[in-house]
Design a protein around this ligand. Sequence first.
Ligand code: AMP
Ligand code: MG
Length: 493
Amino acid sequence: MSASEGSIHNLPTLSNHFARELPELSIPWQSEDFPAPEIAVLNEDLARDLGIDPEWLGTEEGMNFLLGKNLPEGATPVAQGYSGHQFGGFSPRLGDGRALLLGEITGPEDDIFDLHLKGSGPTPFSRGGDGRGALGPMLREYLISEAMHALGVPTTRALAVIRTGRRISRTRVVDGALLVRVAASHLRVGSFQYARLLDDDHLEITKKLADFAIRRHHPELMDTEKPYFELFRAVSREQVCLVARWMRLGFIHGVMNTDNTTISGETIDYGPCAFMDFYNPGTVFSSIDQQGRYAYGNQPVVLGWNLARFAETLLPLFDREADQALTLAQDEMVGHNQRYRAAWRAEMSEAIGLPERGEQSAMVELLDALEVILHEEQPDLTGFLRTLADSAEDGYSPLLALVKDQNRLREWLGLWRELGPDTQIMQESNPVYIPRNHLVEEALVAATDNGDLKPFHELLEVVTDPFLRRQGKERFEQPAPPDFGDYATFCGT
Ligand code: AMP
Ligand code: MG
């Protein structure tokens, strides 16, 4: 389609609710100019789901829409402000240092989504950073966030990766790119921390932000007696379920700062994240996480800590009586570990084909025993659970071959079978394919060093349809080869 034909296309509508209703929390801003932009990957299915014509997005006019250069009238792109506890230390002013909220899209089901750019150039929040993104990390977020979505994990989505045509400086000079991201919203615990910092005793901004979050994510809470406390409870519960699902899948976020804990309950910011190669609660991939604060096994605890920071921002709004507000918050926080454990059991009982029995005592024992086996055997979690799922068809030898203490596992299998596990549920809920680190690296090296996106697309195809085993794709379900070595990921890329 030529540019002139393209120009008759109606631009998608972008609302500016956040920019208009919460001007204190953002700065109107534009994306920088890009020397030679070119779409590297386009998520056609997601475009269709949003009611946007993917073919049009592939035209120059469509690409310019994605780049924030061809926006409908009334759209107000902004850099959002937020604070954040980073590795436990408070940074009052983080914000979108290399990102922009272009506006909100209303999908065909009347759901509202943020359309957001990452890597769109410097903003007043850049703090000395260049505001840009590198092709490798942007492709990485695309791949892993789309895999997470396919695995049934609430997450931001990736609509496109666009090369900018600009070379940028990292540990070496690399190709610049930006990610076009779609999310239920970009509200974070850090947004509330920022609002509280700006507020005086009347908490006007915090209250406005909480009202905005309730309207957007929990309209059913609007007329409750304690809407702000209910918001806190709802977010806590969703985040607990989210992290329990991460844990079941062996996902390590890597940088669970309060600015990366969403109010929507979605996973956000796939910087140093990675799936665990072999089960070990101490696993850390992020090169800057020296203390293991965000290690696999610590994620539920850190979530509790982040939720406590969220409660602090809303505390005066929970109840007019300060004592009562504190009691409400404390009672809720005291239940965190138990709630997490229940959510984890719900996930794991589904994984072993016995859903909704997580709280029965035989199941609790069975799951505790499974956890001991995982701790001591340190298997590839994905491979272990899927082999268990396939054992009704394949027999138990492949599973037993994965462990050292076969007698212990045999005993466990005996108890498990007595409870009558459902094989179909197991096969439908335990993935064959996850974005394994060695495969991700291989695909990204081909894309960035050789300009070859074939391995990326081949991996994307299996991880976005992860429960169905395919002939000829055996390689994608193997754990990392022994010579892959220790894996390290990097932040702020
Ligand atoms: P992230 O690690 O992507 O969650 O980012 C943490 C903070 O660092 C956010 O405030 C980002 O906007 C900021 N940031 C990350 N990379 C850059 C960059 N290249 N330029 C400016 N700011 C950045
Ligand atoms: Mg972030």
